[in-house]
Write a new protein. Sequence first.
Length: 200
Amino acid sequence: MSISDFLNRIKKYREISNIDEIARRYFVMNGFDGILTILGVIIGTYIANIRNPNTVIITSVSACIAIGISGFSGTFMSEKAERTRNLKRLEKRLLTKLHNSILSKAGKFAYFYASLVAALTPLFFSIIILTPMFLASINLISYMTAFYSLLITSFLILFVLGMFLGKVSEENIIIWGMKMFLIGLITTFSLLFIGFILRI
């Protein structure tokens, strides 16, 4: 099979399964989870007076890998269950087996594709956001510079995600961006408040 044939088959599977819309939701949800998880780690370690960038990197990446594994398995199982049910219902209506049909193959592609999106999105965002900490780990910038840069990067990505949702909803992208940005700020200040309360 040539690359062109493979890509055409993938395109056909995507159209039949209508998976793009579902994958888009997983992209935003798991991306959001990954960003807020890293915010939790960076603020938690800051409050705990940990200033080792390697500790922050290991903890953040480990947490995002856990989210990714959870996202993959949860999405895989739930999407598979839904699409298996729909296929069986269609078989009953048509009075024929469809397990080797293009509908079945498109369904299998759909839940694997959605699972990959759910798994890789938090790791993707974590690598971007943690870039300042990687620089701090090799002494190119200070820890506090990395700390503030990481916060700013997180808020910017949240804003962009909000704009993306605004475009999807066909509403004002700036307002949607500000909503996501505000969620990031509320999360940050809530974590700081709770952390300092616990330290008292």
